[in-house]
Structure formats: structure tokens, C-alpha cells
Design a binder for this molecule. Structure first.
Ligand code: SF4
Length: 237
């Protein structure tokens, strides 16, 4: 007997995408809440405006929405502060998923500064594995992926089959541009990470994020100096 998620074959996804493409993010979210009920969850990193816009829209449509984030133990103080501020403002309790090993245990096992020596291995421990646990028992998850964010994200559709985690991935902002998200944030007075105002368009862990200079690619501050541009949550297995 297939799970609900497994009934979303490529043919069905293609048909649904033809219908959902061009609809508003709120319409796509409403569709997802109706289709998956309690078995859809929203990922919000508190480090990007897309996630904050989606959180605002989601809570307004479905106050009981399950929100989670990955606490790698090395997020910026501003990110932890935003999570607390958001929880108070919306009356929600975002669920933190943390790595199975502490930073100390990681250093003992893999050496100091694994984020420098092998960032893929570090992301696998501190992001990908916790994300897998966050999605257990779910049929779908909602992410803030947008086609305009990078070359690797240029084919994102409102609905995709997530091969890595084995469920449907909903991307309501797939067709939005950065300016659309900011317009929504300002118009709705949505809280956002103050580091955005200090030259950080994309915010992850402290060790792997720097401010970008005028004219640089918005994601140039992530894993700067390496060829890595994704943490592994949104790449093929
Ligand atoms: S972003 Fe950096 S510190 Fe964070 S999990 Fe990945 S490699 Fe480790």
C-alpha cells in the first residue's frame, strides 16, 4: 500500500504543477494544507526572507502549521533571537532539530573545524541528518526555494518529488523574485534577520557565512572560497 506521498507520481506532479504554476504562494500553500493535512511541515531557517514570508503566510492560513528549523549549534545570535521573536509574535513553537553529536564530539571524531576540512561531511551531520528526522512521518514539506536564487535552483517547480528524503517538496515561492519577497515582508511587517541589513543576503552557520560586497552574487557569502554552494538539503542524493 503506497503512502500518500507515494501517490504523487511524476505524471500527477506534472498535472498539478500545470495548475499551480502562476498561482499565488498563498493558493499553493492552501492547496498543500488541504492535500496533506497535518502531514505537511514548514522548514524555516530564520536566516532568509523567503522562509519568513512563508511562515507569515502559513500561520495566517493554518495557525496549527508545524514549523521546524535546524539548530546546527553554530547559528548567528541574530538567528536565535529571530526564532524567539517570531515564536512570540505568532504564538507558535518552532521545533528545533539538532545534530546527534555535539561540536566537541564532532571535533574528537573528525578533527577540529570540520566545516573547513570537509564541509559536506559537516553539513551531513549537522543539517541533512537532522532534516531527515524532522521529516519523519510527513508526506510533504514546504521550503522557500526560488528559481531566481541560483543556477542549481533554476528548475524548481511548485511541487517536486524529493528524492533525498522521499516525500513531496512544496515550493510556493518558486516563481517569485527577491524583490517580490521583500515587498511582502515590508507590506506585512514580517520580522526578518537583522543581518540582512548588514550585507548578509543569505545566512547560514557562522563559520560558513560572510557578508557580500556590492555587485556580488547574493549567495557568494556562503562557503566562500570553496566550490560548495548548497548544504545538501536540496540536492539529489
Ligand atoms: S553550513 Fe558550515 S558549519 Fe553549518 S553544517 Fe554546513 S559546513 Fe557545518
Amino acid at each position: 500500500m503506497p503512502t500518500l506521498a507515494e501517490t504523487y507520481t511524476e505524471a500527477r506532479l506534472a498535472e498539478l504543477n500545470a495548475r499551480l504554476e502562476g498561482q499565488s504562494p498563498q493558493d499553493i500553500l492552501s492547496w498543500a494544507f488541504a492535500a496533506f493535512g497535518e502531514r505537511v511541515t514548514l522548514a524555516c531557517s530564520f536566516g532568509g526572507v523567503s522562509g519568513m514570508a512563508l511562515l507569515d503566510m502559513s500561520v495566517k492560513l493554518n495557525p496549527a502549521v508545524r514549523v521546524f528549523y535546524l539548530d546546527t549549534d553554530v547559528l548567528f545570535p541574530e538567528t536565535y533571537e529571530l526564532e524567539k521573536r517570531t515564536a512570540e509574535r505568532y504564538g507558535i513553537q518552532p521545533i528545533a532539530f539538532r545534530p546527534l553529536i555535539t561540536l566537541h564530539e564532532q571535533a574528537q571524531k573528525h578533527g577540529d573545524a570540520l566545516w573547513s576540512s570537509d564541509p559536506d561531511a559537516c553539513c551531513a551531520i549537522r543539517k541533512v541528518e537532522p532534516n531527515k528526522r524532522a521529516l519523519e512521518g510527513m508526506d510533504a514539506w514546504i521550503s522557500g526555494l526560488r528559481r531566481d536564487q541560483s543556477e542549481t535552483r533554476s528548475t524548481v517547480r511548485p511541487l517536486d518529488w524529493d528524492k533525498k528524503f522521499g516525500l513531496v517538496k512544496v515550493s510556493p515561492l518558486a516563481s517569485w523574485a527577491d524583490k517580490d519577497v521583500w515587498r511582502y515582508i515590508m507590506a506585512n511587517d514580517v520580522p526578518y534577520n537583522p543581518l540582512h541589513d548588514r550585507g548578509y543576503p543569505s545566512i547560514g552557520c557562522t563559520h560558513c557565512t560572510r557578508a557580500v560586497k556590492e555587485g556580488e552574487d547574493p549567495r557568494a557569502g556562503r562557503w566562500a572560497g570553496t566550490d560548495k554552494d548548497e548544504c545538501g538539503l536540496h540536492t539529489e542524493p
